[in-house]
Structure formats: structure tokens, C-alpha cells
Design a protein around this ligand. Structure first.
Ligand code: ATP
Ligand code: MG
Length: 308
């Protein structure tokens, strides 16, 4: 018998190693946060074949599905996962793969595009409140309130459209917005929302490769947008904005995960592991059946069985 090549053997990774990985990318205190300390190509020392990564991802999504059922049944906590990234970092693919096993009824995905007229008639968090997950549910934000301190900061012209009273628009506006966001998240955490924020950290080189692939491969052409290329020209401004944003809003109750995004298989594994770890900490359980309920169940059985 031929021995199986190594790449087909299951890739073994212990719980301890998984926890170490999550700790490696979790930011809970912005004081010393520097983006340059984070390598987009990092894989935490792990190398595996596509098939091995796929198997691990499946294990992760199955665990997530099991947690989600309990979250839903218990109906107390909710979980909000925010995804932010430069174009082509893999937000959509990560969301698709990580959530693939979860009951769609327990998940609410919202993609935040440029605000429309109704949004612009309100404060910037208005549309965010409306999209928050109900108790027992997982809310996924594909882009989020953070655009207000990222794209709006990089292109201050967008701010003009928001029609804020001029005396409220000064140098401090970004610091103030970051404070408002942090305050909102603290409040939500106190209300039982578990908040995880993922920055899919892509390198500029890898973005170029992915844009070129979108141009080269006909089936990827639809993904290419000239405006993505225009935003690439502001790369450094975005990186500065991300760094200040993460530094100002990373807290233990609403941590950022700076997830290396140059290797898609790795990004997905880290995201699913971080979600599972956060849910695991909640000690979720199906609601206990009380004696009264047990008696009602027995009565229901008797009634059903007496039917003819
Ligand atoms: P994505 O680029 O996230 O994959 P998409 O290509 O399907 O999404 P786009 O039309 O590019 O959709 O919509 C996202 C755009 O909306 C981004 O350029 C983003 O910066 C912008 N956007 C999101 N929120 C805001 C906001 N609050 N203010 C201004 N622009 C915003
Ligand atoms: Mg886009």
C-alpha cells in the first residue's frame, strides 16, 4: 500500500495553539498599537494544504453552528461581528465561508454602502442601530460605522454631504467620532452584545495581485471596479486612519482582530476560531426545562397518544 502523502493527512492543531493564535491577533488596548507590527502574510507558523485548511474550516463552522443554536435557544446574548478591510481583502468570501454552516434564520448580514438621503438626514449611527442583531442572533456587518472614520476621513468631501452644523465640524471631529463609537460599543456590550471587530489586513502587493487576477480572469471581471483602483491611491492615508481607529476603539469588551489577509485560508480559520472562542466563553446552554414544563410535556404526550 502506498503511504498517503502528508498533505492528505489531517492537520493537527491543539486547542492551546488555537488560543495562542487568537491571542496573537486580538487587540484589546490601543496604547502601543502599530500596524507595522502586524504582517499581512503571517500564518502563525502554520502551513497546510488547501484540503487540510478546508477540513479545519469545516470543523470550525460546525462548532459555530452548534454554538449558534444555543445562542438562539437561550435568547439572551447577541453577537455582532464587524468586518472592515481594503478592497479585495476577502471580506465577502470570509463571511460566506465562515457562516456557511449556520442556520440562516439566526444570522443577519448587513452590507453598508455609501449612505442614502434618509441616512444623511440623521446622525451617523442611526442606520447602525437599526441593523443591530436581536438577542439570540449573530449580526454581521460587511463594512460598518467605522467607514465614518475611514473613508470619510480619507475623503473629507464626504463629510460636507452630512450637513452637520458648521460650528460642530472642527479639528477634533475624528477624535470625537471615535469616542462616540467606543461609547456606543461599551453600551452595547453592557446590554449583552458580544462585539468582535475584524480588520482583514492585506498587503498592498497582494491587493495588486488580486486586482490583476480580476482583470485577467474573465470569471472574475465582474469583481473589478475602477473605484477600487482609485482608492488604492490613498493606501497610506487609509493605513493611518485604520491605525488610529484601532488604537482608539480596541477594548476588552469590543476587541479588534487584526487578521492577516494575504492568505485566504488563514484569514478564514482565524475568524471562525475567534468567533468560536468568544461564544465558548459565554457558556451557552439550551434552556432548562422546569418541572412545570415537564408536566405540560407529559400531558401533551398523553393527549397525543389518546388520539385515535
Ligand atoms: P465592497 O466594496 O464592500 O465589497 P461593493 O463593492 O459591493 O462592496 P460598493 O458600491 O463598493 O459595494 O459599496 C461600498 C462603498 O460604500 C465603499 O466604497 C465604502 O467606502 C462606501 N461606504 C460605506 N459606508 C460609508 C459611509 N458611512 N460613508 C461613505 N461611504 C461609505
Ligand atoms: Mg466595492
Amino acid at each position: 500500500m502506498n503511504q498517503k502523502p502528508d498533505k492528505d493527512a489531517p492537520y493537527k492543531v491543539s486547542r492551546k495553539e488555537i488560543r495562542a493564535l487568537i491571542d496573537r491577533y486580538r487587540v484589546t488596548d490601543g496604547k502601543k498599537f502599530r500596524l507595522k507590527d502586524h504582517d499581512p502574510g503571517d500564518t502563525g507558523g502554520h502551513q497546510m494544504s488547501k484540503g487540510q485548511a478546508q477540513d479545519l474550516l469545516e470543523t470550525g463552522t460546525a462548532t459555530l453552528a452548534a454554538h449558534q443554536e444555543k445562542l438562539y435557544a437561550q435568547d439572551r446574548w447577541s453577537m455582532l461581528c464587524v468586518f472592515q478591510a481594503m478592497d479585495a481583502a476577502g471580506k465577502d468570501g470570509t463571511i460566506k465561508h465562515v457562516m456557511s454552516g449556520v442556520n440562516p434564520q439566526g444570522v443577519q448580514v448587513t452590507s453598508f454602502k455609501a449612505p442614502g438621503p434618509e441616512d444623511l438626514d440623521h446622525d451617523f449611527l442611526w442606520r447602525i442601530w437599526r441593523a443591530l442583531p436581536e438577542r439570540g442572533r449573530i449580526g454581521i456587518f460587511n463594512r460598518s460605522h467605522y467607514e465614518e472614520v475611514l473613508v470619510v476621513r480619507v475623503h473629507p468631501k464626504i463629510l460636507d454631504k452630512q450637513r452637520l452644523p458648521t460650528e460642530l465640524v472642527g479639528k477634533r471631529i475624528w477624535k470625537e467620532r471615535l469616542e462616540s463609537i467606543a461609547a456606543m460599543e461599551e453600551y452595547l456590550a453592557r446590554q449583552g452584545t458580544v462585539i468582535l471587530k475584524f480588520f482583514l489586513h492585506l498587503s498592498k502587493d497582494e491587493q495588486k495581485k488580486r486586482f490583476l487576477a480580476r482583470l485577467d480572469e474573465p470569471e472574475k471581471n465582474w469583481k473589478f471596479s475602477a473605484s477600487d483602483l482609485a482608492e488604492r491611491a490613498y493606501w497610506d492615508d487609509y493605513m493611518t486612519a485604520y491605525e488610529e481607529t484601532i488604537a482608539a476603539t480596541a477594548t476588552p469588551e469590543a476587541p479588534w482582530f487584526v487578521v492577516p489577509a494575504d492568505n485566504k485560508w488563514f484569514t478564514r480559520l482565524v475568524v471562525v476560531a475567534a468567533m468560536n472562542e468568544a461564544l465558548n466563553r459565554l457558556d451557552l446552554a439550551f434552556p432548562e426545562v422546569t418541572n412545570e414544563q415537564r408536566a405540560a410535556l407529559a400531558a401533551a404526550r398523553t393527549k397525543l397518544e389518546s388520539e385515535h
